[in-house]
Design a protein around this ligand. Structure first.
Ligand code: EPU
Length: 334
């Protein structure tokens, strides 16, 4: 176990915000985590940090950041058509995807290259290209922070929603240790979303490997690499509006892109709303709006969390003034 004091988090958040935490503690195993909690933590509050790819730090953290280094992946059950795989919370998400694709197990290939860790995948219910974590997660194992006792959540217990899950709303904090996934040995490919089919024309066959490569190249063409330019992926969620409000908007903007969510609700890409409000590619000091995907806010160098919050508030006000639609951050502010 590694305990660090007054530790810089700059390398631990993809926005690259330079803040520090009072304590930063890494543990390698579930037992180390239990021992750590049993011995009492040196400060409060406590936050379980993954890869920091969906966070915005707005100030130094006065408590303890726990960082899982539980990194084992193992198949725990095998059936004719599927396999259950258990992966440690500290595994890099895309390493897990690469492992499954390599084994020929389908289900997560559309989630290739999403930044983050396995432990964060059910919390955020990560999603892309027509697939969400909820489609493959069968059980989440963790430790209840208050009682230091093991807990398990079935898929239904997780109460998955759009970039949402029970883990964000529990009264008692849970630290995820392992996530169990159900993967298919006879996968049905999901190719309907966006330009996947078009991208796949570059390959002779369609299989898990080529889908993974196609998704990676689509993502790389649109989303900035956090190593080159700090960002946290989509900064905002795509808003859901009533069908009535959508129909009113459609008379004014006949080309408005949209997805039907239910008979009464329609989802509108926040990227479109932000672009129409004039923000695409705009800069504000050290922060900016990405020129290929305006859902993504970028750190142009040495930005503070407050600068990002300020820009995000300006964008939200513009979108609300123009369309009467509220957009909300997907990123968590700390
Ligand atoms: N659009 C514009 N202008 C642009 C870019 C996009 O108007 O400059 C409009 C287009 O109409 C486009 C639509 O926005 O068709 C949707 O764009 P895209 O397919 O790129 O998806 P998204 O809604 O922007 C969501 C997820 C992404 C995920 C992609 C692909 C959210 C908040 N974001 O983005 O997730 O990768 O779909 O499935 O749901 C993330 O959560 O960090 C993330 C990157």
């Amino acid at each position: 176990m590694q305990i660090n004091e007054n530790f810089s988090l700059k390398q631990y958040n993809t926005f690259g915000i330079d803040v520090s935490t009072r304590y930063f503690i890494e543990y390698q195993t579930e037992k180390e985590l239990h021992d750590l909690l049993a011995g009492g933590l040196p400060a409060q509050p406590v936050f379980s940090l993954g890869a920091g790819s969906n966070l915005l730090f707005t100030h130094d953290y006065e408590g303890v950041m726990l960082h899982s280094q539980i990194k084992d992946i193992e198949p725990v059950e095998e059936h004719n058509d599927c396999v259950l795989v258990r992966a440690g919370a500290g595994v890099v998400w895309d390493d897990f995807v690469a492992y499954c694709v390599e084994k020929g197990w389908g289900g997560v290939e559309n989630l290739s290259l999403i930044p983050g860790t396995v432990g964060a995948s059910p919390v955020q219910n990560i999603g892309a290209y027509g697939v969400e974590a909820k489609d493959v997660v069968c059980k989440v194992d963790g430790v209840s922070f208050g009682s230091n006792s093991p807990v398990s959540f079935t898929n239904a217990d997780c109460k998955f929603g759009y970039r949402d899950s029970a883990f964000k709303h529990l009264d008692e904090k849970i630290i995820v240790t392992y996530v169990n996934f159900r993967l298919s040995k006879k996968p049905e490919f999901k190719l309907e979303y966006g330009t996947i089919k078009e991208e796949l024309k570059k390959y002779e066959t369609i299989n898990l490997q080529t889908i993974r490569r196609a998704i990676i190249s689509i993502r790389e063409s649109k989303l900035p690499d956090p190593v080159v330019m700090g960002n946290a992926g989509s900064f905002f969620k795509n808003p859901v509006v009533s069908k009535m409000q959508f129909e009113q908007l459609a008379t004014q903007y006949p080309t408005i892109p949209h997805y039907t969510v239910s008979e009464q609700e329609v989802k509108i890409p926040a990227a479109w709303l932000i672009e129409q409000s004039g923000w695409k590619g705009k800069s504000c000091g050290n922060v900016g709006v990405h020129d290929k995907q305006p859902l993504v806010l970028i750190n142009k160098g040495n930005a503070t969390g407050d600068e990002v919050v300020k820009l995000s508030n300006q964008i939200r006000s513009s979108v609300e003034a123009k369309f009467n639609i509220k957009i909300y951050p997907e990123v968590i502010f700390l």
